[in-house]
Design a protein around this ligand. Structure first.
Ligand code: FUB
Length: 333
């Protein structure tokens, strides 16, 4: 498909800009490469799959890449850039992706289910940020569940975060091994955290086993599994601001994007507040990026489809950090 440029109303203070209206998009991971902003979203479709608690109705099949040279300017659609039929190990459900770069090599990270119904995380490589991406023959060894997100740290190291509970299957793992009998911790036990591992120089393999990221409350105690207003559910994202690492995530069934701060990409992180209040639709997802001197929050909602939760639309709005480095809560307009 040839690039398709579309202009929608710009970002204005206190409002959000819809990025594209010619397709449904969700789970936006925004990245800046060589002065251009690229958005790697899920491409929502109505595949006619009945809704269930594991999210089978999120039956996405491919990815598009959107690009902008100005947050208020035209949006170009470069997709489709990867289809599930071209991924040897994947069967269905191309969920929230992300991308990273090393030199002239760009890697798209994506979760998908195998024919056996297990979510794994794959990598696909291109010589351009807009693909087309060639998938690796196998999923990334040691990575599983959903929602990959990459931190490109200031020292050149890259870290892969991943995981999501319930339909994302993270609660089924112990020591990196899937077990059908495993489940979430009891409400008074520490909540499950996302996983993190440093990536190898090829960016398509883990350089070490993943470890769990711990999120602490204000007393230095790990958040509890029953603390649904704050505990990690899915959609981890890490950005750096004023020398600190900010981890943000979705709380799932309480529909918030929260964040915590720390001094290492591995954590621990201390809970700091709400980034985004609930949006129309069950899921909420996001990314945070600095572009052209502005901090931007990308997110999605289901308002354009009248609340159909698997037909979402990516939006962008301004994000502010105060002089203490705290994020001001965004309430979508
Ligand atoms: O888009 C499918 C899934 O819904 C994503 O992987 C989650 O983060 C949630 O947005």
């Amino acid at each position: 498909m040839s690039p398709d440029a579309q202009t929608t109303p710009p970002v204005a203070p206190g409002t959000a800009r819809v990025l594209a209206t010619h397709l449904y998009t969700a789970d936006p991971s925004a990245r800046v490469f060589d002065g251009t902003l690229y958005v790697y979203p899920s491409h929502d479709i109505d595949a006619g799959v009945p809704e269930d608690d594991t999210g089978e109705h999120f039956a996405m099949e491919d990815y598009h890449v959107l690009s902008l040279t100005d947050p208020d300017g035209p949006v170009t659609d470069h997709g489709p850039v990867l289809h599930v039929r071209d991924v040897p190990w994947a069967d269905r459900q191309m969920w929230a992706p992300d991308a990273a770069r090393s030199g002239d090599r760009y890697v798209l990270y994506f979760p998908a289910k195998t024919a056996e119904g297990l979510f794994r995380i794959g990598a696909a490589v291109a010589d351009s940020p807009v693909g087309p991406f060639t998938p690796e023959p196998e999923p990334i060894a040691g990575a599983y569940s959903i929602d990959p997100a990459v931190l490109a740290d200031d020292d050149g190291a890259h870290y892969l975060y991943f995981g999501g509970i319930w339909g994302g299957q993270l609660q089924k793992y112990r020591d990196d091994v899937f077990g059908e009998a495993h489940d979430e911790p009891a409400p008074d036990q520490p909540a499950l955290g996302p996983r993190v591992a440093r990536l190898g120089a090829d960016l398509t393999s883990l350089a070490e086993p993943s470890r769990e990221v711990v999120i602490l409350d204000e007393d230095g105690v790990p958040l509890r599994a029953g603390d649904h207003d704050r505990r990690f559910f899915e959609g981890a994202w890490v950005h750096r601001h004023a020398g600190r690492y900010h981890l943000s995530w979705s709380t799932g069934d309480t529909h918030l994007i929260c964040y915590a701060t720390g001094d290492s990409p591995y954590g621990p992180f201390t809970y700091a507040g709400v980034v985004l209040t609930p949006v129309p639709g069950w899921t909420t997802q996001h990314s945070i990026v600095e572009f052209g001197g502005r901090w931007l929050l990308f997110f999605h909602d289901a308002s354009r489809s009248g609340g159909r939760t698997h037909l979402r639309t990516v939006k962008v709005t301004e994000l502010e950090h105060d002089d203490q480095g705290r994020i001001r809560t965004v309430t979508p307009g």
